[in-house]
Structures are given as C-alpha cells and as structure tokens.
Ligand binder design. Structure first.
Ligand SMILES: [Zn+2]
Length: 336
C-alpha cells in the first residue's frame, strides 16, 4: 500500500499497519493513564509552554496510543512566576504534611488536591507520573529518580537507551524529601538546563518535547510487548550536597571556581579547585576520591544551602525484578 507523506512515497505493508493498530488497542485497553506535570515550580515555564503548544497542535507529541493527562503542578505560583508561594511543592509530598489534621499552607493543599485528582486512587487515577522541570545548571537533558524503586529504574534504563541521557539517583538525603513523583507507583523527573528561571527558550522546549516523546514511546513499547531492555543502566548515585563557604551572617563568602562552572556531570578530581573567595583564595575539593557534580550553581538551591550535589557514577545491570515491577504497574487494569 502506498501512502504519501511530505511528497515521498512510503511503502507500508498491511501487516505493519495491523501490528501497529493492534499495539495501540492493547495500550488503550490497559486503561493506563500517564500524568504529565509541568510548572511544579512556577518559575520553570518551558514545560508549561510546551503543554500550551501541544494543546493547539496534537501532532507535536506522539502519545503512541497512551492516555495522557497534562497538568500545571503549581498554578498559583506559575501565575506570579515564582518557584512557590508558601513552600516548595516538590518537597510537599511528605506523609506528615499530607496527613496533617490542621491546615498548613497552599502547597500542601495543592499536593493533596493533585493526589485526590490524579493520584493512583484519585478521581482520574494515574499510575505513572512524569514531572517536567528546568534548571539554571548545565545539566543538559537528564533524568532524576528517587530511591531505588525497581519500576523507575526499568523506565529510566529504557529512556537512557533511547536518548543516552544521564540519570541522577537521589536517595538518602534527610533534608530533601517529599518529591511529587514519589507519590505515584512509578515516576521520574525530566530535568533540563541551563535556562534562567522565568525565561522561555525554544531549545529547552524542544529537548523537553523529545524527552517526553521518549518516555511515552518507552511506556507504549512495554505495554505492546515490543520493548527491548538495555543490559545496563548508568546511574549517578547521590553522595551528598555541598554548600558555599558563608559568612557568619549567611552571606556567601565565595563563588564557584570558574573551572567548575557549567561542568555538571564532569568528574571532579581530589584537590581540584571548587570555590573562589573574594580575596582570591582558592578552596579545593577535599576528598580522597573523585565525584561527579550535579546541579552546580542551581539558583533555586541557594536557599537550600546547596552549591552543588556530588554523585558517584555506577554501571548497573538491568534486573529482571525491575522489568517485572514496571510491567505490573503499566498493565494495572489489563485484567479488568
Ligand atoms: Zn524544578
């Protein structure tokens, strides 16, 4: 059968069309809903811009037959172009906040609302959440996952195999908890930068579009059975975060050393320069082992006392248990 796309004749066999249609029917039958959140931080505006474009041009992102729900995470903060109003929404999904009997603040209300609407047991139940962020750091297009949830690891391995992007595994940090995606059975963050807060950047928008496309394509292939997992996943394990040297009044006593600025994901060797004081004194990386820095100079982390986070690069074998867990989640309604 011949069809014409953009003036080029492409031969597509009946069998190929049948397989494609069958795959899409199978995907719709699972009842899986993928929640896509942007604007969880109200001053990260490239994700919401992409949603607006997508609404008017459905062909912009191929959902591969998946049912998707797009939502602005923190509309009140987005409206005024601020990261948050009362509290960081992406640290508000903590049990003790969500289950508090007294009213706390706007972001905790919003966290509860999002769960009531789109949580796994919400009004429009979603089993999988993709939270779209941008960063002022030179992270490129990257993924962030929290803890070592097997399904997240399986999904991250598929997206990494598609796009070759780095994966930051955030864990074991008592001061940074309550991330949105942790409240869904499976979920990860797309983190893209550098872009200043509140600035629209067509390149960042396009990178976001490609990353969402890769996520949806991977999930659809899991459901249709066409998925091929890579053998390995390269992860960057969170080791800890490092603050700037500060004066007793909390003001910065040093800036990042020029040699480290913009060098996210590039290994930092022991004793290499990291900070530069006003008087020209260089502060060196005091460690016996090298580490891979991420979120270097992220503007929003100044208030969190983080100049950068340090990670260790590891190569993990993709395990059968991860794959099984992801398959259980995406096929959740298949038996209904
Ligand atoms: Zn963010």
């Amino acid at each position: 059968m011949a069809t014409t796309i953009g003036g080029i004749d492409i031969e597509v066999s009946f069998t190929a069309i049948f397989v494609q249609i069958e795959g899409r029917t199978q995907i719709l039958m699972t009842g899986l809903k993928v929640l896509l959140v942007a604007g969880t931080h109200g001053n990260e505006i490239n994700g919401p811009w992409l949603f607006e474009q997508w609404e008017g041009r459905q062909e912009l992102i191929d959902t591969h037959g998946l049912e998707t729900v797009c939502v602005i995470g923190n509309p009140a903060a987005f409206e005024v172009g601020r990261r948050y109003l009362d509290r960081d929404l992406n640290r508000s999904f903590k049990k003790e906040l969500l289950e508090a009997s007294a009213h706390i603040d706007l972001e905790v209300d919003r966290a509860n609302e999002l769960l009531a609407l789109y949580g796994p047991r919400g009004r429009v139940p979603s089993q999988l959440a993709i939270d779209i962020h941008s960063t002022t750091s030179a992270m490129g297009c990257s993924l962030v996952i929290y803890g070592r949830r097997p399904a997240d690891l399986a999904l991250a391995s598929l997206i990494q195999a598609r796009l070759g992007l780095p994966v930051y595994l955030h864990e074991g940090d008592a001061s940074q908890k309550g991330f949105l995606v942790e409240a869904w059975p499976c979920g990860l963050v797309i983190e893209i930068g550098p872009v200043p807060q509140g600035v629209l950047d067509a390149i960042i928008v396009e990178q976001t579009r490609l990353a969402i496309n890769a996520c949806l394509e991977s999930i659809a292939e899991v459901i249709s059975g066409a998925v091929v997992y890579p053998e390995r996943l390269i992860v960057h394990l969170h080791l800890g975060s490092m603050d700037f040297p500060r004066h007793p009044n909390g003001q910065l006593a040093a800036c990042l050393h020029p040699s480290i600025v913009g060098n996210d994901w590039r290994p930092l060797e022991p004793n290499s320069p990291i900070f530069l004081r006003a008087d020209g004194e260089i502060v060196h990386f005091c460690s016996e082992k090298s580490a891979v820095p991420v979120f270097i100079n992220e503007a929003a982390y100044l208030e969190k006392n983080i100049a950068m986070s340090l990670t260790r690069r590891e190569i993990w074998q993709v395990e059968e248990s991860w794959i099984e867990n992801l398959h259980e989640i995406v096929a959740i309604n298949e038996i209904n």
